[in-house]
Design a protein around this ligand. Sequence first.
Ligand code: UT7
Length: 335
Amino acid sequence: MPNAAFLGIGHYLPEKVVSNDDLAQLMDTSDEWIQQRTGIKTRHYVDFENNPMGASDLATLAAKNALDNAQITTDEIDLIIYATLSPDRFFPGDAVFVQSKLGIPAGVPALDIRNQCSGFIYGLNIANAFIQSGQYQKILLIGSEVHSTGLDFSNKGRDVAVIFGDGAAAAVLGPSDDPERGVVHVNMHADGRHADELHCPYPSSAEMPRATPQAIEEGRHFPLMNGKNVFKHAVSKMPESVKEALNATGLTSEDIKLLIPHQANLRIAEMVQRRLKLRDDQVFNNIQKYGNTTAASIPLALSEAVQEGRLEKGDLLCLTAFGAGFTWGAALIRW
Ligand code: UT7
């Protein structure tokens, strides 16, 4: 059974850079508070007034970069898997828009997954299973988000608004001809008892009509988060899932060349690092520049780590995520 290997990776960030001081013009916050609590210095936003873009536009540009990096043409892709919590439309999912914008041939299946910050880990597991089964050969796995058009920039929403940013990243996965290379293990988990701890309640199919001016007036279309509880679970579930991956494969923390934790908050990543007893050189973070880009955060960090030459053939890469749902998981990949 061939495992899925990374054949290429790429990312795309909208050009507008928003600093903490920029946000402090809109709400009661400060560069000091944001950096101290989250490590974030800047994030990128779509320039909505001059160049409106949805998550599928960012995804398309990231996917182009990943295909170029893999030296693969669009007609070789036989499955698209797309993770986002900020799709262009209620339906259909974004994957079909990417298919059409990229010119991936009609008939190729396009699968959307809804696993928020864990989307890339869930998608990787699905892609690996399809590649192992032989059903699909070359899979485009995308994580893309446009948060900036859906944040509450008043004081009420400041806890959420300061942490999220826009961005997209994509990977091309295919069967490895080298048994030493590719996905070694993936685990994924969920606990729906915590679904209300981080969610966007509106619009909802449980309401009729699904959207009203009054609900928008009340700000019910903005995300809500119990930050302390999310934090508490994130710092225990990510190390737990990495340990599960290491135990399942007989590997140890020392074998990890690079850990890329979901970029939720630098303090969370530092606690995960400490709990796994990893050195600084074993962990890659870029949340300082981009904030939390949810489903895009892990592939965005991976794409930058690869560009910086942080991974060589045979290195053990570890990914771990935690987010809304709650959902979480970890992956081990032999680069
Ligand atoms: O991707 C996965 C999903 N998200 C996460 O992983 C996020 C997990 N949670 C966190 O990162 C943290 O909980 C936050 C960074 C969101 C918040 O940090 P915190 O230390 O948990 O702060 P808090 O919510 O307990 O708020 C502390 C104080 C409050 O003021 P009072 O009640 O003590 O007067 C907040 O109103 O900080 C206030 N506050 C802010 N102050 C300045 C909340 N947001 C802000 C802000 N600027 N942006």
